[in-house]
Ligand binder design. Structure first.
Ligand code: GDP
Length: 197
């Protein structure tokens, strides 16, 4: 799929204020600094559609972007920021949960994990939350260019092994690099192929 247009529509913290239009929606989520903004910019051919930031916890909003006039890309806040107070963290977890439990047009959630890191409890628990609530998701292993191919394969194999402790089969997954463009066609093709309600 070719992306011809990508336009910011609205940011908010309330699922009831998200766009009402019934078009397929794809959400991107992951821990702060996982490379989510860079990936969104790479996928949409924009340098600054999603704001990349060195500051963890800055984007605490549900951000809707309209792509090619026929689907929404949603940039969600990361979960589990160390630098955000406990009460605030709980708050945004609630609106994130509401988003997943209520957003009927959500076709798929891409859960981003850093390919350099061992499986983290918070990511695995988040995937379990999605699974328990019947929210379809796939995994994106980010920053693949930061590792040599054998370490990359080793890490991903280890991650899949961990997933098999919870899931009967490994969830759909992609490996990407926002530096090299690796995985771009695969993610966009997947969106293209599943793009209907
Ligand atoms: P976010 O907080 O998840 O939105 O993460 P960002 O997209 O802001 O990226 C965090 C940091 O990782 C930035 O310094 C990016 O330049 C870097 N980064 C993100 N994706 C990649 C990637 O695919 N390869 C490399 N080498 N660096 C990346």
């Amino acid at each position: 799929m070719k992306i011809d247009s990508a336009t910011f529509i609205i940011s908010n913290t309330d699922v009831s204020r998200c766009p009402k239009e019934r078009v397929p929606e794809y959400a991107f989520i992951g821990r702060s600094n996982v490379g989510k903004s860079s990936l969104i910019n790479m996928l949409t051919n924009h340098k600054k559609l999603a704001k990349t930031s060195g500051k963890p916890g800055k984007t605490q909003l549900i951000n809707h972007f309209k792509i090619n006039d026929n689907w929404f890309l949603v940039d969600l806040p990361g979960y589990g920021y160390a630098s955000v107070s406990k009460t605030k963290r709980k708050d945004f977890q609630r609106f994130i949960k509401d988003y997943f439990l209520q957003r009927e047009q959500l076709v798929n959630t891409f859960v981003l994990v850093d390919s350099r890191h061992a499986p983290q409890k918070i990511d695995l628990e988040f995937m379990e939350f999605l699974g328990e609530n019947g929210v379809p998701f796939s995994i994106i292993f980010t920053k693949a260019d930061k590792l040599g191919s054998s370490t990359l394969n080793k890490n991903i194999t280890k991650y899949k092994k961990e997933l098999l402790k919870t899931w009967e089969s490994v969830p759909m997954n992609f490996t990407t690099s926002s530096e090299s463009g690796m995985g771009k066609d695969e993610v966009l093709n997947f969106i293209h192929q599943t793009n209907e309600l």
